[in-house]
Ligand binder design. Structure first.
Ligand code: BES
Ligand code: MN
Ligand code: ZN
Length: 469
C-alpha cells in the first residue's frame, strides 16, 4: 500500500480547519490566539509542556456551532531531526481523521513532509486498521521541497511494501515483475540464463526452492551523466537458513531478507522524478533460501561468476553468496565508478549498532565519508565499520578459494568477516557495503517507523545520488 495521504500547499491557514496544527511559540498569531480558551503560555504551563519536538498540546476551539481542535506542537531546536519528530507525531495524532492542516515551522519543509508521510504509512492485509489521515494541508510550504519530501516518502513506502509482502506471494519471479513496473529498462536472468552466464552463487542458494532464483538489472541512464554507480541489493525473498535451518523465532522475520533489493528498486524508481544526474544500474540478486532434497549442503563447493570457488560451510550465510555473483558481475561487465551493496546480511551487526544506525564498510575513504554525510542529512544514519585485514584468515578453506563462514570461532566479528568476504568480489573499484540487518525492520510503531519493514537505505541513497556531482 503506498502512502494514501494527499498533500497540498496553501498560502494561509483556513480559519475553519477542523484540525489545525500550529508550531508552539509564545508569540502566537493573534487571530489564532483569540480562538484559544486561555493564553498559550498558560496552556503550556498547565500541561507542563516545554515545546519539545514530538510534544503536542491539543486544545478544543469554537468553530461556529461545532468544536474544532488546535494542535500546538513543539519543534524543539528546529533542527531537521526535531522537525521530523514533530511531523511524525502530528500525523500519528491525526490517524482516523479526514484532514490535518499544518502551519509549517520555518526551515526544512522537505524533511517535515517526508516524516509526516512516513508516520502515516500502513500495511495491512484484510480489514483495514485505523486509517491514516486522508489529507495533509500545508500552510506556507514551498512547492518544490514539499514534492521532494513526498517523492522520497513514497519511495520508502514502496520499499516497505515490497519487504512487508508475505513470501507466499513474493518469490524471485514476483520481485522481478514488481521491478519492471517503474518505466525503467529491466533485464532479468531466469535460472537458465543464470546457469548460462555462470552465476553459481545465486543458483546454489535458490536450488532448494520450488521458486527459482532471478538476477534483476535496472538501468537509469539520464543523458549527460558523467558518473556511473552500481547498486547491488540482497534479494532473499525468504531466508529459512536452508539446510542450516533457522529456529522459528529467527525465521519468522525473514520475509524482509530482500529489504536491500527492495531499496534498490525503490531508489531507481525515484531517481528520474528527482532528476538525479548520475547513471545508476541496479542489480537485485533474488533467491529463496529453502531446505529440500535439491538444496545445497554444508560442505558443497560452488563456483561464482568470474570463476572463484567457495566452500559453503553454512547455508544460512547465503546473502554473501548471491551478492558475490552480482558484485563480480558489476566489476567485470558494468565498468562503474563506484559500487554500493545493501543487504540484511548479519545478525551480528545488530549487536554492534542496534536498530537505529546502519553499518557502512568501504574500500574508499571518500566514498565512506560521502555516505556517512548523506546518512546524517537524510536521517538514515550510518556508522563506518572497519575492514580488519587481520581477520581475513577467517575465510580460508582447504578445498576452495574461500569459505563462506569461519570454520572455527577464532575471529568472531560476524558483520566484519561477512564484509571481508564481499570485498573479495568487489574488485579494485571504490566499493561500499551497507549491512542493514539491524535497521531493516522495526519492532515498534514509533515516530516515522512502522512495525515491520523500514525502507532504511532509500533516503540515504537518494540523498547521496542526488547531491553528489
Ligand atoms: N538474513 C540473515 C541475517 C539477518 C538476521 C537479517 C536477523 C535480519 C535479522 C542472514 O542471511 C544470516 O542468516 N546470517 C547469519 C550468518 C551466519 C550463519 C554466519 C547470522 O547472522 O546468523
Ligand atoms: Mn541466512
Ligand atoms: Zn539472509
Amino acid at each position: 500500500m503506498p502512502i494514501e495521504t494527499t498533500v497540498s500547499v496553501v498560502a494561509a491557514a483556513p480559519h475553519d480547519a477542523e484540525l489545525l496544527a500550529v508550531p508552539y511559540s509564545p508569540e502566537l498569531d493573534p487571530q489564532l490566539a483569540a480562538d484559544l480558551p486561555v493564553p498559550v503560555a498558560a496552556l503550556f504551563a498547565h500541561y507542563e509542556a516545554k515545546g519539545e519536538a514530538g510534544e503536542i498540546v491539543e486544545v478544543p476551539v469554537v468553530r461556529g456551532d461545532a468544536v474544532g481542535r488546535v494542535l500546538l506542537y513543539g519543534v524543539g531546536d528546529s533542527s531537521p531531526r526535531a522537525l521530523r519528530k514533530a511531523a511524525a507525531a502530528l500525523t500519528r495524532r491525526a490517524r482516523g481523521r479526514q484532514s490535518l492542516t499544518v502551519v509549517l515551522p520555518s526551515g526544512s519543509s522537505s524533511a517535515f513532509v517526508e516524516a509526516a508521510l512516513l508516520a502515516a504509512y500502513t500495511f495491512k492485509i484484510g480489514a483495514p486498521g485505523k486509517l491514516s489521515v486522508r489529507e495533509l494541508v500545508l500552510v506556507g510550504g514551498d512547492e518544490a521541497p514539499v514534492r521532494r519530501g513526498e517523492t522520497v516518502a513514497q519511495a520508502v513506502a514502496l520499499a516497505r511494501d515490497l519487504a512487508n509482502t508475505p513470501a507466499s506471494v513474493k518469490n524471485p519471479a514476483w520481485l522481478a515483475e514488481r521491478a519492471a513496473e517503474h518505466g525503467v529498462p529491466v533485464r532479468v536472468w531466469d535460472e537458465e540464463a543464470l546457469a548460462g552466464d555462470g552465476f553459481g552463487g545465486i543458483l546454489a542458494v535458490g536450488r532448494g526452492s520450488v521458486n527459482p532464483p532471478r538476477l534483476i538489472q535496472l538501468s537509469y541512464a539520464p543523458s549527460g551523466a558523467t558518473k556511473h554507480v552500481v547498486l547491488v541489493g540482497k534479494g532473499i525473498t525468504f531466508d529459512s537458513g536452508g539446510l542450516s535451518l533457522k529456529p522459528t523465532e529467527n525465521m519468522k522475520t525473514q520475509k524482509t531478507d530482500m529489504a536491500g533489493g527492495a531499496v534498490v528498486i525503490a531508489v531507481i524508481a525515484a531517481l528520474a522524478r528527482l532528476g538525479a544526474p548520475v547513471k545508476v544500474t541496479g542489480l537485485i540478486a533474488a533467491a529463496e533460501n529453502m531446505p529440500s532434497g535439491s538444496a545445497q549442503r554444508p560442505s558443497d563447493v560452488i563456483t561464482h561468476f568470474g570463476g572463484r570457488t567457495v566452500e559453503v560451510l553454512n547455508t544460512d550465510a547465503e546473502g554473501r553468496l548471491v551478492l558475490a555473483d552480482a558484485l563480480a558481475y558489476a566489476d567485470a561487465v558494468l565498468d562503474p565508478d563506484a559500487v554500493v551493496d545493501i543487504a540484511t546480511l548479519t545478525g551480528a551487526v545488530t549487536v554492534a549498532l542496534g536498530r537505529h544506525v546502519g553499518a557502512v564498510y568501504a574500500s574508499s575513504d571518500a566514498l565512506a565519508e560521502e555516505l556517512v554525510a548523506a546518512g546524517q542529512a537524510s536521517d538514515d544514519r550510518l556508522w563506518r565499520m572497519p575492514l580488519i585485514d587481520d581477520y581475513t584468515p577467517a575465510l580460508k578453506s582447504s578445498v576452495a578459494d574461500l569459505a563462506n563462514v569461519e570454520a572455527g570461532s577464532t575471529y568472531g566479528a560476524g558483520s566484519i568477516t561477512a564484509a571481508l568476504f564481499l570485498r573479495e568480489f568487489a574488485g579494485k573499484r571504490p566499493w561500499a557495503h551497507l549491512d542493514i540487518a539491524g535497521v531493516g525492520r522495526s519492532t515498534v510503531d514509533d515516530g516515522i517507523l512502522t512495525k515491520g519493514a523500514t525502507g532504511f537505505g532509500v533516503r540515504v541513497l537518494l540523498e547521496w545520488l542526488t547531491q553528489t556531482p
